[in-house]
Ligand binder design. Structure first.
Ligand code: FAD
Length: 473
């Protein structure tokens, strides 16, 4: 038994949805594209699962957050795929792949063949068992990666109303779930081994702001230690967590967010794997020419970092790599290397931050860490390579992304600290005015050089003027 398609997307998450939209925009014929997904619903915006989905009142539910609403594009419900002749093979796991024969085999025994394959299998949550902890399959221990996990988390929160929760892990998922638990009137203790939350991204100063804010919402932090075991009751539910330092924390539920692993297994001995993901070139093409990989599962070269191969775990990267792979497949004569600026964000309580670039080099904090309008730049070899902003406007977020795109040069760190987000806004303003007066007939490389020079000159002048005013942002 088997079917054949020109294009197959393996995985039905964020990247799959954006790839499908791009295929349809570029023009495919009915019956040419198939999406195979283990999940039973059409692709959706996964970040919603730790945000709107967990709200106690008027929670977000499908179909409200199918892709591609995250970028204000069409919402692709099941019927959209049908209307566009795209085969959705849902609730179906692919159990093996043969890249030499261009085939996939599903757990139902079907063989699906393709001319081009896009691997969009994303990642899975790392389980406590993999860290040697037993009983983590108890019903009140929750993970959060897919819709089924989110529904289970909602049920467990409802059963624990007015009680206590322990969140294991101080990263993205831990922070967002802790906020959701509190909003659902559950008292939270967060446990993680690092000295502060979001240790991969935040500086101690930035983390301090969020930890204080969380503490003001009643969240307790237990840092510098890890879970060692669970205490299980007669009902087979976790009653308490025991930490490595011997402490015991009584609880009604546990949420685990200890990281993810890319779903590469099907291709481990067939394609090149690097940095935990399937290695691709700037077209998102793997070591096999008819196979592409996108989203969380792909390790790709980032031009901004000198072509360094990175695997990112963020929704913006999933959307853009997916579109880029489709463009490379469908318009090979025009294909070019992806020029991607790493970007991620989070929203918790009434807080909201964005980050662009990389958090390496010397840090310059700015703004007001009491009022919650602050940020940071990371400077390497006298250029800004990373920018973080909490509580910004859309114009300010756009501005910090421009600073990263141009790796804006910087001579005076004190000036940068003083100017804060104004520095980025000024760069942005210069770009916009130069763009409107000069870009039309300029070749891109000349424009970049010109804009960089003009921006640097006017920023220096602006910084001098601004510095003399001695006003703090
Ligand atoms: C709760 C949560 C909140 C998040 N919040 C943010 C955020 O605020 N900001 C941000 O930047 N990023 C966030 N992310 C990360 C973002 O969602 C991911 O980067 C993005 O979903 C990656 O898209 P993807 O398509 O590569 O993988 P996924 O969206 O994970 O999709 C992978 C798909 O492949 C399927 N699959 C895997 N293996 C098989 C197989 N063998 N057979 C069939 N199907 C298979 C899976 O079932 C799934 O449908 C969040 C992630 C989660 C889980």
């Amino acid at each position: 038994m088997g079917r054949a398609f020109v294009y197959v997307i393996l995985g039905g998450g964020v990247a799959a949805g954006y790839a499908a939209l791009e295929f349809s925009k570029r023009g495919i014929l009915p019956g040419e594209l198939c999406i195979i997904s283990e999940e039973s619903v059409a692709p959706y915006e996964r970040p919603a699962l730790s945000k709107g989905f967990l709200l106690p009142e008027e929670p977000s539910r499908l179909p409200a957050f199918h892709t591609c609403v995250g970028t204000k594009e069409e919402k692709l419900r099941h019927k959209w795929y049908k209307e566009h002749g795209i085969e959705l093979v849902l609730g179906t796991r692919v159990k093996s792949a043969d890249v030499r024969r261009n085939t996939l085999t599903t757990t139902t025994g079907e063989t699906i063949s393709y001319r081009f394959l896009i691997i969009a299998t994303g990642a899975r949550a790392l389980k406590l068992e993999e860290c040697g902890i037993r009983d983590s399959d108890a019903e009140n221990v929750c993970y959060l990666r897919n819709l089924a996990d989110a529904m289970r988390l909602v049920d467990t929160m409802q059963n624990s109303a007015g009680g206590n929760a322990v969140v294991i892990g101080g990263g993205y998922i831990g922070m967002e779930c802790a906020a959701a638990l509190v909003t659902n009137r559950i008292k939270v203790t967060m446990v993680f081994p690092e000295p502060h939350c979001m240790a991969h991204l935040f500086t101690p100063k930035i983390a301090d702001f969020y930890e204080n804010y969380y503490a003001s919402k009643g969240i307790t932090f237990v840092k510098g230690t890890v879970l060692s075991s669970f205490e299980i009751g007669a009902d087979d539910l976790v009653k308490a967590v025991i930490l490595k330092d011997g402490a015991r924390i009584q609880t009604d539920m546990v949420v685990v967010g200890i990281g993810i692993r890319a779903n590469t297994t099907l291709f481990d001995n067939q394609l090149i794997i690097e940095k935990g993901g399937i290695k691709v070139n700037g077209y998102m093409q793997t070591s096999h020419k008819s196979v592409y990989a996108v989203g969380d599962v792909a390790s790709f070269p980032i031009q901004l970092f000198g072509g360094d191969i990175r695997r990112l775990e963020h929704v913006d990267s999933a959307r853009k790599t997916a579109r880029h792979a489709v463009a490379s497949i469908m318009a090979p004569e025009k294909r070019r290397d992806l020029d991607y600026i790493p970007f991620f964000y989070s929203r918790v309580f009434t807080l909201s931050w964005q980050f662009y670039g990389e958090n390496r080099g010397q840090v310059v904090h700015y703004g007001n860490f009491v009022s919650g309008r602050f940020g940071a730049y990371w400077v390497k070899k006298r250029r800004i390579v990373g920018a973080f902003l909490e509580g910004g406007t859309s114009e300010e977020y756009e501005a910090i992304s421009t600073v990263i795109r141009f790796r804006s040069p910087i001579e005076d760190m004190a000036q940068l600290e003083m100017l804060g987000v104004e520095f980025a806004l000024q760069i942005q303003m210069n770009q916009a005015s130069q763009l409107s007066s000069h870009i039309v007939s300029q070749p891109m490389y000349a424009w970049h050089a010109f804009a960089g020079l003009a921006a640097a000159t006017s920023i220096a002048a602006f910084a001098y003027w601004y510095g003399r005013r001695r006003r703090r942002w």
